[in-house]
Design a protein around this ligand. Structure first.
Ligand code: NA7
Length: 542
């Protein structure tokens, strides 16, 4: 069947349009189909996977352990699937997502290679009509945006892209047939997670590697290893209890005993012993969970930041390079804390150089390479590990509007505004999976996707069983949620960092802290209470 036929066939009888076939969209399709809704996914890529479809750069790996970072909705699935390593690498996670799509026969309701450009709501017909890049349209009463938080890769707006004679790639749009760096002089721009994960592997192949760093980030050793059979067996024996317990934790991951002491109430010796143990164990949550106040008290955080900086100094042989790699403008954990394998060790290799582009910013590309304000670097290939228009980018790339005059661009002009990160006032029947102002990126993402889908499914069931068909947040509920979100963030150290959580990586983007950092437990309780109170803060109508 051609795309046009599929669209026409699905046009009149769909209940729910889902945009995106990443983990959130796939689970939404599974769940809603089982409840008897006619749902269909529209996906820009040629296949399922979302983040894990696009980010194929060398070293791409999840920073949440694989036994956690997986679906919980089907016990046979979680018991049968075998993760080969402590942390899932991109190829394995993509295999897993494909397995889920096949196992639950999801592909028959997914239209691939279809980018959605517009979504318009008619109050008269109570329907969303979405329009694809090729001009087809489909309509349904409900629309779910499962468009992802890190799905709009961004390169800086520099001159010279056309002049550069070498090759340019972005980590978030990596070629499917891989890249051979052998014999090449490679430049990597960016030292966030994508840069830090790929740099050691690029260095293994490249003739010469120059890393262009604007901001040094904190990174901890991942301590990835083959899955230990006894660990897997023990985890699987209590999978259901663990999944349930995860909802009563801040990050949606069970198994980390909550800290009980402030970093400032123990001796320096005791403190460093605790950090040393966490460092040896690997994992970012474990480290940030060493004491109660690492993300709320700057003085406490300084002790954890200093410990990590000293580890960098102890690893990197050249003292100047070591100092440049020591983060000095944000508390540890306030930017995404990275997990790496041999990142700092890579700078001890003779053919790897670090260039500080904070003091001498990049001006643009030239025929031969990159030009900063004080030098030109000759390169055969430039890898942009420069990140994404995070959290709001994918939604804003779609022309979302209603016939009452609401427009997403205007609505979010000064930063995202949502109720619970799930819906927006003025945009009826439009749901988001892990939207801004929900814990999403600050949690085990698949758990948060499942929680949102379950909440949305319950909400649709509530409407259906009450003979209603329209739901929209009240403006006051949204105002209060936005204020609460900001108040919670302001009580932490997070806003001190120029992070993508703050929109700081995109020139001109409003600086507002976007994820909800009150923790998964508090957030889920709130969502459940809202539903239990008959969808408090929402207007519901026939
Ligand atoms: P990030 O974390 O946003 O990192 C992007 C990096 O690119 C970061 O070091 C930026 O420096 C750097 N960057 C961006 N623009 C420029 C310019 N103009 N000049 C120099 N350097 C620049 O993206 P990632 O893809 O690494 O990771 C995103 C998330 O994916 C990650 O947090 C995990 O959750 C998974 P800056 O810090 O802005 O100074």
């Amino acid at each position: 069947m051609s795309a046009t036929e599929a669209t026409r066939a699905g046009d009149s009888d769909l209940d729910v349009i889902i945009v995106g076939a990443g983990v959130g969209g796939l689970y939404a399709l599974y769940k809603l189909r089982n409840l008897g809704y006619r749902a269909r996914i529209y996906e820009a890529a040629a296949d399922v996977g979302g983040t894990w479809y696009w980010n194929r750069y060398p070293g791409c790996r999840c920073d949440v352990e694989s036994l956690e970072y997986s679906f919980s909705f089907d016990d046979d699935l979680q018991q049968e699937w075998q993760w080969p390593e402590r942390y899932g690498g991109q190829p394995v996670i993509l295999d897993y997502v494909n397995h889920v799509a096949d196992r639950f026969d999801l592909r028959k309701d997914i239209q691939f290679n279809t980018r959605i450009k517009a979504a318009k709501f008619s109050n008269q017909s109570n329907r969303w009509t979405i329009t694809t890049a090729s001009g087809e349209s489909v309509s349904a009463p409900y629309c779910i945006m499962a468009t992802g938080n890190l799905s709009t890769p961004r390169k800086p707006d520099w001159p010279g892209f056309d002049d550069f004679k070498g090759r340019v790639e972005h980590t978030g749009l990596w070629p499917h047939d891989g890249v051979d760096f052998t014999g090449l002089r490679v430049g990597v721009i960016g030292t966030g997670s994508s840069g830090v994960q790929s740099i050691p592997l690029i260095a293994k192949q490249a003739k010469h590697l120059t890393v262009f760093q604007r901001t040094a980030n904190f990174s901890l050793p991942a301590r990835n290893e083959p899955m230990r059979a006894e660990k897997e067996a023990a985890h699987k024996a209590e999978y259901s209890e663990r999944r349930k317990a995860a909802y009563s934790t801040p990050f949606g991951i069970a198994g980390f005993p909550p800290p009980t002491q402030s970093a400032l109430e123990v001796s320096e010796e005791e403190r460093n012993a605790a950090y040393e143990a966490k460092w040896a164990e690997g994992g970012s949550i474990s480290y940030l969970y060493a004491f109660t106040d690492l993300l709320t008290n700057k003085e406490a955080n300084d002790t954890a930041s200093d410990f990590a900086r000293n580890k960098i100094r102890a690893t990197v042989k050249d003292p100047k390079t070591a100092e440049l790699l020591c983060p000095n403008n944000h508390p540890i954990g306030t930017k995404r804390l990275i997990l790496d394998t041999d990142y700092y060790e890579t700078y001890n290799l003779d053919h790897v150089d670090l260039v500080d582009v904070r003091s001498a910013p990049i001006e643009g590309l030239t025929e031969k390479g990159l030009k900063t304000t004080d030098a030109e670097y000759e390169l055969d290939m430039i890898v942009f590990a420069t990140g994404f228009d995070a959290m709001t980018g994918a939604m804003k790339e779609i022309d979302i509007q209603t016939d009452s005059g609401a427009k997403i661009g205007a609505k979010w002009e000064d930063g995202p505004r949502t109720y619970l990160g799930i819906m927006m006032a003025d945009f009826p029947n439009l749901f988001m999976i892990t939207g801004p102002q929900s814990p999403g990126v600050k949690s085990q993402m698949i758990l948060s996707c499942e929680q949102h889908v379950d909440w949305i499914a319950d909400c649709l069931e509530h409407l259906r069983s009450n003979g209603q068909s329209k739901i929209v947040p009240e403006p006051k509920a949204e105002d209060d949620w936005v204020a609460h979100n900001n108040a919670v963030a302001d009580a932490t150290l997070y806003p001190l960092a120029n992070s993508w959580y703050m929109g700081a990586n995109i020139p001109g983007k409003p600086r507002i802290f976007m994820p909800y950092v009150g923790g998964v437990e508090a957030y889920k309780k709130r969502c459940d209470a809202v539903a239990a109170a008959g969808y408090e803060g929402f207007q519901i109508s026939p």
